[in-house]
Design a protein around this ligand. Structure first.
Ligand code: IMP
Ligand code: MG
Length: 177
């Protein structure tokens, strides 16, 4: 793993794929224990969560469903401020145990808005599984239940996360130099 250029910026390695796989397996193990017999519904937030969601979901050994929705709040390397409402959530959430799957909680604005929407649909419970959090960037009262890694407040790409559309396919996580 060495530095790479995406568009106009240089990124350097932060977390290798092997370490990511270890943490995702550990989270799946916790979820297998916590949700046994409850048939949870996982809701992945597109686009960023698709790789984390696939890796996590594939390691579950319990009955579980998954669906994906689309939101957007980000342009370039700083939060744009506008969160768009979710598209594509057809399932009846009433009485269901929900696990939201997201790539990263930065300011927490996206998750805060989405959680409000989900809670209005009377689920039995709601938890959040997130690949990354940036604790020092948090501005909204959002608490994640399953966190793979906490990172510093810098822009990262790889493992599903992009910089203006590129970098999602990188197996390792990279940080802006
Ligand atoms: P928040 O609403 O400020 O928490 O931002 C969350 C969304 O911004 C995530 O779903 C990501 O799509 C995007 N985002 C935040 N930080 C990064 C980053 O470091 N790299 C790539 N995308 C990011
Ligand atoms: Mg996202």
């Amino acid at each position: 793993m060495s530095g790479i250029r995406i568009h106009d910026k240089i990124f350097t390695p932060l977390i290798p794929a092997g370490k990511i796989a270890e943490r995702v397996a550990a989270l799946a193990g916790q979820i297998n224990t916590d949700y046994k017999g409850t048939k949870p519904l996982f809701i992945g937030i597109l686009n960023g969560s698709f790789i984390f969601a696939a890796d996590l979901f594939r390691q579950l050994n319990i009955d579980a469903e998954i669906s994906f929705i689309k939101l957007a709040s980000y342009k370039g390397t700083s939060s744009s401020g506008n969160v768009i409402t979710s598209i594509g959530l057809e399932e009846n959430l009433n009485g269901r145990h929900i696990v939201i799957v997201e790539d990263i909680i930065d300011s927490g604005r996206t998750m805060n808005t989405f959680l409000r929407e989900i809670r209005q649909r009377q689920p039995a419970s709601v938890k959040v599984a997130v690949f990354l959090t940036k604790p020092s960037a948090l501005q909204y009262p959002v608490v994640a239940d399953y966190i793979a890694f906490e990172i510093e407040d810098k822009f990262v790409i790889g493992y599903g996360l992009d910089y203006d559309g590129l970098g999602r396919n990188l197996p390792d996580l990279y940080i802006l130099k």
